[in-house]
Design a protein around this ligand. Structure first.
Ligand SMILES: CC(C)(COP(=O)(O)OP(=O)(O)OC[C@H]1O[C@@H](n2cnc3c(N)ncnc32)[C@H](O)[C@@H]1OP(=O)(O)O)[C@@H](O)C(=O)NCCC(=O)NCCS
Length: 140
């Protein structure tokens, strides 16, 4: 597969980002809000196949010692082909000097464990939509 990996937001169709997150069952927003989030992020990765955006992810970071990964998704037709691994490797290579945290979607823990992530024993989060996060199995 001929993949193009980009680490900036130039030319990104934010509608596709929003629609992809919706398709894979993740939280999604208006395209403009995703543009704001990705552009404000320290690290971002966009993966294209034949000019089509097929995967993306981003990380917040102080670029000193802490980082947090968000919005990692591969479009359904391209899942299970090793593209998620390429995505994470490209994201983590930009964060190699940092501790990195994330919250996995239920059932996706193994994907992150393969990249060295371990479950937190005392991880806590203050979510805007706390009832929804409980319903989705993210919090207790
Ligand atoms: C999770 C996701 C990013 C993985 O991307 P992908 O391209 O399907 O994964 P890959 O094909 O690169 O798989 C890489 C490795 O992770 C493993 N893996 C993938 N999904 C897994 C899962 N849910 N549980 C355990 N292992 C998993 C694969 O078996 C593969 O292992 P290998 O290297 O030993 O063969 C993708 O499936 C996705 O976008 N899912 C929907 C959105 C989502 O849940 N995102 C994560 C939010 S936290």
């Amino acid at each position: 597969m001929n993949l193009d990996v980009k680490k900036d937001c130039v030319g990104v169709e934010w509608k596709t980002v929003s629609e992809t997150l919706k398709r894979v069952g993740m939280a999604f927003h208006e395209p403009e809000l995703h543009r704001k989030a990705f552009e404000a992020s320290h690290a971002k990765v966009f993966i294209y196949h034949a000019g089509q955006l097929i995967g993306f992810g981003r990380a917040l970071s102080d670029d000193a010692y802490q980082a947090a990964v968000y919005d990692c998704a591969i479009v359904p037709e391209f899942q299970g082909k090793g593209i998620g691994k390429i995505l994470m490797n490209n994201l983590l290579s930009q964060l190699s000097h940092c501790n990195v945290i994330l919250y996995a979607a239920p059932g996706k823990e193994g994907f992150y464990q393969a990249h060295g992530f371990r479950k937190l024993k005392t991880g806590m989060a203050l979510f805007q939509k706390s009832d929804l996060m409980k319903k989705h199995g993210i919090t207790e």
